[in-house]
Design a protein around this ligand. Structure first.
Ligand code: GLN
Length: 469
């Protein structure tokens, strides 16, 4: 789809201004109901589109020149409000632009999309701007935390959108909304200029309509960045060319523990088993593998992530950024009142859990132990990849759930991440690709690979897309 837009723009069948206006119009018509966007940048978008048309007229267009897109509201763009969908950041206008956004050179920013507050959640229900609805059924959530980005792409309110994935926040909403979502290898895409949640887990990646689009965007945004020390100098493959290579001989592992998870819906399991049967018809070998520490992934993730959250959230003190409480008496009161009034319940819950897990006397029992288990989970993947090239797994235990169904039960919400947290803890990439529907709702399948295997994930992803299109 992106390459078709490129051709249309280059052949002057449509101008970037016209294309941008079409998307802005669709957003006006549909987004009141969906709430995928928390901000549209209409004037800025039209200005960028005009500039892009001039570049195209000179014959100097590159991949993204004149192509509209959206950003989850944690990506900083100079001069445009970035709130992480938290009251504490409302009014914050960053003085610089994220590296990944700079690399979408010539792209036309349509607006910022909804997310759970500071990306903590799996349904966008913790957003200070209200929930995003699923375009397939507006009584249901779009998933989260990148629910706004996934819904925007699914409803064609943006050709593609950027998201972040700490413990599943790209893969899960992509699955719920029937679009493609990639959590890249930790360190593949620079995080400079993106609001942090849990720094040893945070990754950023695209949400797209097709696997080909994913390859295009990843090719441009990946690679080393002097502003992010976690991006090593590992060469970026030409992911688009990689798509043309045959998958013959690929060995695919099915991690048996993933199918023994208690919360996995019976119909979802049957559906995924059916998908695996279809994939078996491809020239690939499928075999069962074991990831023995899978059952510890949720408690491990929900110890490490809040610990890092409690540290990262300390910068929101009522002074440096955004919101400050009024009528306060002294400095300590500024901190206390601004944080008490500015943060929502889920963020506060995680700050408390994390502070506790890191406190002296509990550090060894919680944080340190979780870090040790994390190493075991990572080793599970390393061992599995001695036998197979990639792993296939469900993305979510169920299809998109009804708005409100899990909002008051944090444990239920945390269990949403059961198939997502392991790859996050291991730092390996995971691609969510649509694989049909269950009761008219989209289902995704997850391909998990070793570090830097994005090219292989996309190859297999495209083969799966071909089966279900
Ligand atoms: N649902 C997970 C959480 O709440 C994932 C969040 C994310 O990846 N940003 O932590």
């Amino acid at each position: 789809m992106l390459h078709e837009l490129r051709t249309q723009l280059d052949n002057k069948e449509v101008s970037s201004v016209e294309l941008t206006q079409q998307y802005l119009q669709r957003i006006k018509e549909r987004d009141e109901e969906l709430n995928a966007y928390v901000l549209t940048t209409e004037g800025y978008a039209l200005e960028l589109a005009k500039q892009a048309d001039a570049v195209i007229a000179e014959g100097e267009a590159t991949t993204f020149t004149g192509i509209p897109y959206a950003l989850k509201d944690v990506f900083c763009v100079e001069g445009i409000e970035t709130t992480a969908c938290s009251n504490i950041l409302k009014g914050y206008v960053p003085p610089y632009t994220a590296t990944s956004v700079e690399r979408i050179t010539g792209g036309v920013l349509l607006g910022k999309t909804n997310t759970d507050e500071f990306t903590m959640g799996a349904s966008t229900e913790t957003s200070a701007f209200g929930v995003t609805k699923n375009p397939y059924d507006t009584t249901r959530v779009a998933g989260g935390s990148s629910g706004g980005s996934a819904a925007a792409v699914a409803a064609e309110l943006a050709p593609f959108a950027m998201g972040t994935d700490t413990g599943g926040s790209i893969r899960q909403p992509a699955a719920f909304c029937g679009v493609v979502g990639l959590r890249p290898t930790y360190g593949r895409v620079s995080r400079y200029g993106v609001v942090s949640m849990a720094s040893s887990l945070d990754t950023i990646g695209p949400i797209t309509a097709t696997v080909h689009d994913m390859a295009l965007v990843m090719k441009e945004i990946s690679g080393q960045d002097d502003y992010d020390a976690t991006t090593p100098d590992v060469p970026v493959e030409n992911y688009v060319e990689k798509l043309d290579q045959p998958i013959d001989g690929m060995t695919i592992g099915i991690p048996k523990e993933y199918f023994e998870v208690e919360g996995l819906d019976v119909d979802m399991r049957k559906h995924i088993e059916g998908v695996i049967k279809e994939i078996e018809k491809l020239p690939v070998t499928i075999k069962e593998v074991s990831l023995p520490h899978t059952k510890y992934a949720i408690p491990t993730y929900y110890t490490i992530a809040p610990s890092e959250v409690s540290s990262n959230m300390s910068r929101y003190d009522g002074i440096k950024y955004g919101f400050r409480a009024h009528g306060v008496e002294d400095l300590m009161d500024i901190y206390k009142q601004s944080r008490a009034q500015g943060f929502g319940d889920e963020v506060k819950r995680r700050i408390m859990i994390g502070t506790h897990a890191l406190s002296s006397g509990y550090y060894d029992a919680y944080y340190d132990k979780a870090m040790r288990v994390r190493t075991l989970i990572r080793q599970d993947f390393i061992d599995a990849y001695k036998e197979v090239d990639v792993l296939l797994a469900p993305v979510t235990p169920t299809t998109a759930f009804v708005v409100g169904e899990k909002a008051n039960d944090p444990i239920q919400m945390y269990l949403e991440d059961v198939f997502l947290a392991p790859a996050s803890l291991a730092g390996v990439p995971g691609l969510s690709v649509p694989c049909g529907k269950l009761n008219d709702l989209p289902v995704g399948i997850q391909i998990i690979g070793p570090q830097w295997s994005e090219g292989i994930l996309l190859q297999l992803g495209q083969a799966i897309e071909n089966i279900y299109n």
